[in-house]
Design a protein around this ligand. Structure first.
Ligand SMILES: O[C@H]1[C@H](O)[C@@H](O)[C@H](O)[C@@H](O)[C@H]1O
Length: 566
């Protein structure tokens, strides 16, 4: 584990933690900070540009995650006999597709271990290297097995990136904008999927065009490799390994938009909170020797994650959200929408598939706008019923369409084309409504996972919930077509609607509102129960305070200041 450097010692000596950090409101009259315990302390909307630059640089991993998972369907249909001198068999296609999810599933929990030992940024670095290697291997592949190796490298990169990026952003972000900053990753993922469709379209007709499709992913990855040289490590991890001085330096840059005085108090306050959390965890090690006494050992961390009730609750919520993000069936539309739409008689299924990806992207922007103001919980409770209704409608339409009713083994295109009704259009409409509701809620809220865990178990907990996401993704990928064939499309969509219903009930009962809470305050919510009521009270108080703060600010700075602050 890294030792404190001279810079750390100097910085810590220069800036001792001040007891007045927990000072009363009177001492801070000049600052419009929010002062509830464990809640946002920094004055609103004053984080520096650095946090945006760091988030955008980290988000490139999200772009690659979206691009690499999105581009494979166009790639498979364009390869022809370029690999191993023959057309791809069904086994080749399944192998090339499945190996990515499989390696993502395997590498995600490893992120938990690496990110604690070598830092969050190092995992992003490893992911970028694997993205570059994977793209080059695929583009140069001459035989199927080499292609599979390239897809495996990309899969490992996707697993690492999908866990480390939200973890990194969560630990850097000021509380009041954490939801939005983490959602930027989802914007990159969904944007990457749109770009993948467009690239697939552009190169589809060209000789060996598929090599470009898979090879182009190397460029953003190289850009990220370059940017990583300028990116800071997570301040939370730095404090954890004893490099407080460096952590303070990073925090000062993050809160660069504050006055010097506000900045100093905010940085002190954040560092104090992290140290308090670390001290409480160390005390637990001493008080509860059943969790082991080798503080940094993996086993101890794993035992703490599974055996301490608050941590177990966090893991339950994170895994439940990640599992339902996939088991609600969204990616079956992503992967097979062209197939579904051609069954329905649409003449240009690629365009309809593009509309799915675009809708997903556009409505993720809505999530970005509301995730911190409406809150994670309210967004989910509002959007999941819309998904359920849309899925229910799809199921009903399939039931009524000739050739697709239960019992029909294979949907027959000719039946559908004979059907002059408006069913196919209404089905497309329902699917787009489903996609929009998904993008606003389940598509991005589960990626807020890292905020649920206390520092000690954060990366391991995030790794396990990311692995839950990828295993559920794998299940959906391999069950969708057999379900359509053996259970009928109508039943398949009804099953997805039922998953949404279960998820909605579980969210109502066990998911507390975390928007605006400092990371170090979230553990307290789950300590003695699910903390739903307490969290809602806190959320209301934060909203009231923000409104008061905004009113005061507009009184002293004029009403236009309010818009500038936004
Ligand atoms: O958050 C993302 C996003 O919603 C993508 O569109 C989807 O394909 C991924 O599986 C999901 O994790």
């Amino acid at each position: 584990m890294a030792q404190p450097t001279d810079e750390d010692r100097r910085d810590s000596a220069d800036e001792p933690l001040m007891a007045s950090d927990n000072s009363s409101n009177d001492e801070r009259e000049d600052s419009p900070s929010i002062e509830l315990p464990g809640q946002t302390r920094a004055p609103m909307h004053k984080a520096g540009k650095v946090i945006w630059l760091l988030t955008l640089s980290a988000g490139i991993s999200g772009l690659l995650f979206g691009y690499d998972t999105g581009v494979i369907s166009s790639t498979l249909v364009s390869i022809g006999s370029d690999l191993s001198g023959h057309d791809l068999t069904t086994t080749d296609k399944s192998l090339i597709t499945a190996v990515t999810s499989l390696f993502a599933l395997l590498s995600a929990p490893l992120t938990g271990v690496f990110a604690d030992k070598y830092g969050r940024r190092s995992v992003l670095l490893l992911a970028s290297i694997l993205f570059v290697l994977g793209a080059i291997i695929q583009a140069a592949a001459g035989i199927v097995s080499i292609m599979v190796v390239g897809r495996a490298a990309v899969g490992a990169a996707v697993g690492l990136a999908s866990c480390a990026t939200p973890l990194y952003i969560t630990e850097l972000a000021p509380a009041e904008m954490r939801g939005r900053l983490v959602t930027i990753q989802s914007l990159f993922v969904t944007g990457g999927q749109v770009v993948a469709y467009l690239v697939g379209w552009t190169f589809a007709g060209q000789l060996h065009g598929w090599r470009w499709m898979v090879g182009l992913g190397a460029f953003p990855a190289m850009l990220q490799l370059f940017l990583l040289a300028f990116m800071f490590e997570s301040p939370r991890w730095l404090v954890q390994i004893g490099r407080e001085g460096r952590a303070r330096h990073v925090l000062r840059r993050i809160y660069g938009g504050l006055t010097e005085d506000e900045q100093k108090r905010t940085v002190d306050s954040v560092v104090l909170d992290i140290q308090t959390e670390i001290a409480a965890e160390a005390k637990l090690d001493d008080d509860e020797p059943q969790f082991g006494n080798t503080r940094s050992s993996f086993l101890t961390t794993a035992r703490q994650l599974f055996e301490i009730p608050g941590n177990r609750r966090a893991l339950t919520i994170a895994c439940m959200l990640q599992a339902t993000q996939q088991l609600c069936g969204f990616n079956s539309l992503m992967y097979f929408s062209a197939t579904i739409f051609s069954l329905l008689g649409f003449t240009n299924p690629i365009t309809t598939s593009l509309s799915v990806a675009l809708t997903n992207f556009i409505f993720t922007i809505a999530a970005f706008a509301f995730i911190d103001t409406l809150g994670r919980r309210r967004i989910l409770l509002f959007s999941i019923p819309i998904m359920m209704l849309a899925l229910g409608w799809c199921s009903w339409v399939f039931y009524n369409m000739k050739g697709l009713a239960p019992g029909a083994k294979q949907p027959k295109v000719s039946f559908i084309q004979d059907d002059r009704s408006r069913w196919p259009q209404s089905l497309l409409g329902a699917m787009l409504i489903y996609v929009a509701a998904y993008a606003i809620g389940l598509g991005c809220v589960p990626w807020q996972q890292s905020e649920l865990f206390p520092l000690r178990v954060r990366s391991l907990g995030s790794g396990i919930s990311t692995a839950t996401n990828w295993s559920s993704n794998f299940v959906i990928g391999i069950t969708f077509l057999p379900m359509m064939e053996f259970l009928s499309p109508s039943v398949t969509f009804a099953v997805y609607a039922f998953v949404c219903l279960l998820d909605w009930v579980a969210i109502l009962k066990i998911y507390p509102e975390t928007a605006g809470l400092e990371l170090e305050g979230i553990g307290g919510l789950l300590k003695d129960g699910w903390g739903v009521e307490k969290s809602l009270e806190g959320f209301r108080e934060r909203k009231d305070l923000q409104a008061r703060q905004a009113r005061e600010h507009s009184k002293s700075h004029g009403v236009w200041a309010l818009f500038r602050r936004r």
